[in-house]
Design a binder for this molecule. Sequence first.
Ligand code: AMP
Ligand code: MG
Length: 494
Amino acid sequence: MNSDLKDMDSIGVSTTGWHFDNTYAQLPSAFYRSQNAALVREPRMAVFNHALAESLGLDAKRLAEDNGKFIFSGNDAPIGSEPLAQAYAGHQFGNFTMLGDGRALLLGEHIAPDGARFDIQLKGSGQTPYSRRGDGRAALGPMLREYLISEAMHALGIPTTRSLAVVTTGEPVMRDAVLPGAVLTRVASSHIRVGTFQFAYAIDDAAALKALADYTIHRHYPALAVAENPYLAFLNAVIDRQAALVAKWMQIGFIHGVMNTDNMAISGETIDYGPCAFMDAYDPATVFSSIDQQGRYAFGNQPPIAQWNLARLAETLLPLLHADIDQSLALAEDAIQSYPQKYEHYWLTGMRAKLGLLDEAAEDVGLVNELLACMLKHGMDYTNTFRELATEHPIHSDESDMQAWLARWQSRLNSQSASREAAIAAMRSANPAVIPRNHLVEAALTAAVEDNDLAPFEKLLAVLASPFEETPENVDYRAPAPPSRWPYQTFCGT
Ligand code: AMP
Ligand code: MG
């Protein structure tokens, strides 16, 4: 055991501000297994999120300086935590499997000073009863990647889990190569997934399913508890939040990469950053993940895949929707059928803002789709094209279709009562100047993992914290990737 560990009692963890209240552990026992984290040899803080720690009411200074590396490696459990691995199931690339936290532990729910409840989860903290053949570990690169992208998503205004810390373990993990091990501390409004409901349904325990549904409604949609049919209201609310979430992904060019049902959170937060990446040139067929051979989770497939996943959720709720199964099926069917309309609404609302359209006209859908068609045809950069539209001087293009589109857009802008300044302001807050460009993410992770140099990572993280600003410091971060001989590929890293 590490000698540093002995100091923990004298440091005293309770004064760092943890306030745990572990309601998930009150669910029927099938939903989890108690499990402690594996001790790691030499924990070292690689990245720590001061601002997030402070907003959670934690003593950021203490955690950063000495205490945190023990807590965030799993070597010491914060007072009041009851570590457990959560059970869940999921459709992975369409195939149903019983899963569970194979390399993660829920430490418990921390209550922030404002009363908000957050799951604190360690990822890469060792084996659990759900590890199957896995080692329960995580490598530094993928954990830094989740930290970076999740924090970037947060700054972009997209609901997401957050990242509090990455600690290196001083132990190797064996993948294709020997890699440095690390543990990520993830903060989420909960880790209840579509797959958690699939698990409850699969174990064929009506009481457990009802307990999970009631718990989730109480935790995430408390107003619905008094609805005429709370379970139907719950299904509709989850559908609504997912429609809103995926619309945001589409507006920003985000590709999740592995939209399995176990990676879809009931809260409506983006969760499980594996082979995710941002699209450069607009193309709905874009796939980065090396394991997504069929393009199931391609950029343009994300909206219908979300609906497919929501249908899997609806199936699990059938026993609760109505006493009569035919009525249940009809209610579930109606709810799922409402998704495309909800999605289109959120998508168009967001796309209007991206084009500076502050009122609504019937031609807007066509206007957006024509721009996307031009972008696809000419291989235009998704992020920068929208950002360039938000300049004081109308942009130029040599392409006749783009010229025609710009003229049409200008006349649409002139037709609205809002001023040009108001339109530009709306566009500048909807169209980011900086996103986590793949080549920059790779360079930052390579420096961190291969050269033990976190400076590029910290710099990129800082730039991504203000994505809607154009500053002299972020000029280089706004340029598209230099031409490359190979298409960009991401890996699960598990
Ligand atoms: P993911 O692709 O990260 O969403 O993980 C899918 C499933 O595989 C989850 O049940 C994980 O807990 C499990 N898993 C991923 N990596 C490992 C690992 N190294 N050891 C054990 N289980 C793992
Ligand atoms: Mg997952």
